[in-house]
Ligand binder design. Sequence first.
Ligand SMILES: [Zn+2]
Ligand SMILES: [Zn+2]
Length: 583
Amino acid sequence: MPRPRAISRTDSTLISNADMARVFNEIADMLEISGELVYKAVAYRRVADAVERWPDDVAHLFQSDEPPKIPGAGPALTTKLAELASTGQLAYHDRMRAQVPSGLLEILKIPGVGPRTVKQLHDELGIDSVEALRAAAEGGTLRSLKGLSARTEENILAGMARLTSRGTRLLLHDADALMTGLVGQLREVRGVRAIEPAGSLRRRKATIGDLDLLAATDDPARLIRALDGLTTVEHVLSAGTDKSSIVLAEGPQVDLMVCPPAAWGSHLVHFTGSKEHNVALRGMALDRGLSLSEKGFKVVESGELEPVATEEEVYERLGLPWIAPEMREDSGEIQAALAGSLPTLVSLADLRGDTHVHSDWTDGVDSIEVMARAARDLGRAWIVLTDHSPSLGITRGLSSERVAEQREEIGRLNAELAPFRILHGTEMEIRADATLDYPDDLLAAFDVVVASVHTARGQSTEQLTRRTLAAIDNPNVDVIAHPTGRIVNRRDPIALDWPRVFEAAARTGTALELNGSPRLDLDDALARAAGKAGVRLTLASDAHRTEELDQLRYAVSVARRAWLAPGQVIGTRSADQLLELVG
Ligand SMILES: [Zn+2]
Ligand SMILES: [Zn+2]
C-alpha cells in the first residue's frame, strides 16, 4: 500500500493552496487511471487550478465566516476542500491511494504517457513502476499491445530521459523563443483580439517555470482547439472552456487562459503577477471599497462587477500610473508610482550600439565584416569588437602584431560601412595574479577596453575582488564584462565585495556589464544596486555569431528589472559620444 505523501504546511496549522491543489490533481490522475468518466477528473483539475491561483490562503478562508466560492466546486467538492482545510487530510484521497499503485502516478508524469496508456500497461502487462516500464520499452514488449508500436517505445524512453532533465527552470531565452513561436501561430486564429505571454516571462525573469499565455477572444473554443491541435504540442493535460494546459514537445508546460476582450486589462494584470504585486494592488482596491480580481473591479457594497479592458485603466482606478511588468515585484514600485518617481526604463530602441562582440579572429564564428553588417541590419549604429587577449589560450587570443593587423582591417571596413562604426576593443584577461594581459601602451591604443575574469575562479572573495579592482583602477579599462562569471542554470556566480567594487566603478567611471548571453550577468538585483550606487552600466550581447547579436534584448530585460533609465546605460550614446565618455 502506498504511503501517503507528507503534506507540507505554510504555517504550523494550515495546508497551503499548492498542497491542496496537489491533492486534487492527484485524485484526478487516479480517477483517470482507474478509467472513471473523464468529466469527474476534469472537475477536480479545475478546482485544483482555481485553488492554486487563489490570491489568499484558501484553508485560512475556510476557517473564517465567509468560505471562498471556488469556481467549479459544487457541494461535494466544497465539502472535500473544507475537510482538507481543517485537517490537512482527505479520507477520499487516502482511499484512492490505497487502490492505485503509486508507481502508476510516477509513470503518468512521463511526457507523452496519458492515463489511458497507464491503465492499459497495468491491466495487460502488469506494469506498475517506471523501472518495469523502462525494461518493457527497452525489451520491445510494448509493441504487442493494441495501439502501441516500436515508435511508442522510443517515445516513452525519450520522455523518461526528458523527465530526469526537468526540474531546472527554463532559461529566459528559451522560454521567449518557444512563446514567440506559439503566439505567432495563434495570433491569426479567428476571434483572437489580443494574445500575450503573462507570468514571469512577461516580467522577464532570468528563468521561467511553466509558461503562461493569455488571450482575449470572441471565440474561446476555437482558440483552445487551435492550441491543442498544434504540431509542437505533445500532449494536452487538460482543456476547459476558458483554459487549456498542454505540454510542448520541447518539454515545458504552457497554460493558456482565455478571457473576453472587455476584461483583458484585469486579466493581464492578474496573470502577469507577481503575486506580491497583486496582493498590494488588491489592498489598495479594498481601501476604495473595491475588490479586484482577474474579472475586474467589484464594488463591495453593491456587488456590481466592472470588467476592465486595459491595464492602464486598472492602475488608473487605483490612482497609479501604469507600471512596467518588469518592475512588478512589490519591491518599491508601488511607492514610487504613488510618489510620481517611477523611472523611465531603458528599452531596446534606446540602444545605439553593443559593447561586446567577437569575430573569427578569436573564438567567434563569423568574420568582422559579417558581424558588422548583421549588427547594422538590426539597427545598431556601432559595435565594439572585443576579441580575446593571449592568456585565454583556448580562444587563440590576439598577439600585439595581430591586434595591429586587426586595427587595419577595421579601418578598411569602417571606410566601407560608414556611417556604421566598428570601434576597436578587446576583451582582455584579468590574470590570476591580478595583472592585466596587455601592457598599458597597447591598451591605450584601443578605442574601448573590456576586461574580464575567466580563470582561477576558485579564489577567495578577497582575491577575486582585488583582481576586479585592479582592472577598474587601471585608467585604460572602460568596462568589466560579466562581473560574476555566472551562467544561468550551469555555473554559479563568484562572490565579490560589492560595496568596494561599486565604489571604485562609480569613482573611476568604469562601466559594469549586463551580459545578454545566457549568463545574464550582472543579475537584476546586483544591477539595481549598482545603478543606485551611481555606477554606469553597459548592455552587451557577447555575440560569437550573427544570430547572437539579438541577445542584446535580454540584457535590456535585466536592465529594466534593475530599474535602469537610458542615461545610466552607456550604449544609448552615439559612437563619438561614447569615445568621449571613455576618454
Ligand atoms: Zn568573456
Ligand atoms: Zn566575450
